[in-house]
Design a binder for this molecule. Structure first.
Ligand SMILES: [Zn+2]
Length: 245
């Protein structure tokens, strides 16, 4: 089993207190008023980390404080900036340059796994902030579960993914051309994460996005190898190794 993002060791309570410390009134009081509840919510999040669909929005927090939490996130105070830097620093090597949701593009934004409009109590919480690309962030939007209550997106901090390759592809040689026939998901029987991974791929349109990526990769590699007069079959063997990697 693989965890793609290493758990961070950010002191979230310290970050929240720091943000309050440098905040002006009336925002300062609005955040102070909900500090106790927020810290309790952080614990609830951690306790439900593998089943975040069970976390419900905190109705104890006044609307004024909820608005202030979102406003504070958007104003990007320095304590939050430091927390975001630490989140990125703690990413596993594979994710230093890639969005964890798609592994295609670079991350350029932070996604709130529990959306900040529905769960403002987690707007500043490091475990809820996932570095992501703009496309994934936009497609994910404020969705969380399907109509049956299954989560729609993998949480790369807490969800353990299958250790075996579940994303597969079929290449074929047609004349002198190498053609990508199919990219698909293939799971072991009784795979517990099957539904969430399928939902994730569907909602983020990952199969067509990966097909585009593969097409570009194939064309580039073929061009390189044809310069050295490799046969199509030899190119296919190299491609197979590269794609597996
Ligand atoms: Zn992405």
């Amino acid at each position: 089993m693989i965890n793609y993002i290493e758990n961070t060791e950010i002191n979230d309570e310290g970050v929240f207190k720091d943000i309050i410390k440098y905040k002006h009134e009336p925002g300062k009081t609005k955040l102070k008023d909900c500090k106790k509840e927020i810290f309790e919510d952080y614990l609830i999040y951690k306790q439900n980390s593998c089943a975040l669909q069970k976390v419900i929005p905190d109705i104890r927090i006044p609307d004024e404080s909820k608005k202030e939490l979102i406003k504070t996130y958007n104003s990007n105070p320095s304590a939050l900036q430091k927390s975001k830097l630490m989140i990125k620093k703690n990413l596993s090597n594979i994710l230093r340059a890639k969005c964890p949701y798609c592994l295609i593009s670079a991350h350029s934004t932070f996604d709130h796994y529990l959306d900040k409009s529905k769960y403002p109590e987690y707007a500043l919480f490091s475990s809820n902030l996932i570095p992501s690309c703009a496309e994934c962030n936009s497609l994910k939007s404020d969705f969380l579960c399907d109509s049956k209550g299954n989560r729609l997106f993998i949480n790369f901090i807490f969800d353990e993914l299958p250790a075996y390759p579940f994303l597969k592809y079929i290449l074929s040689i047609e004349g002198e051309k190498i053609v990508l026939k199919k990219v698909y998901l293939d799971f072991d029987d009784n795979e517990p994460k099957k539904q969430i991974i399928k939902n994730h791929f569907k909602k983020l349109k990952l199969i067509p996005r990966l097909e585009d990526q593969f097409d570009v990769a194939i064309s580039t590699i073929i061009e390189e190898f044809h310069e050295y007069n490799y046969s199509t079959r030899e190119v296919k063997e190299v491609l197979t190794k590269k794609m597996r990697a």
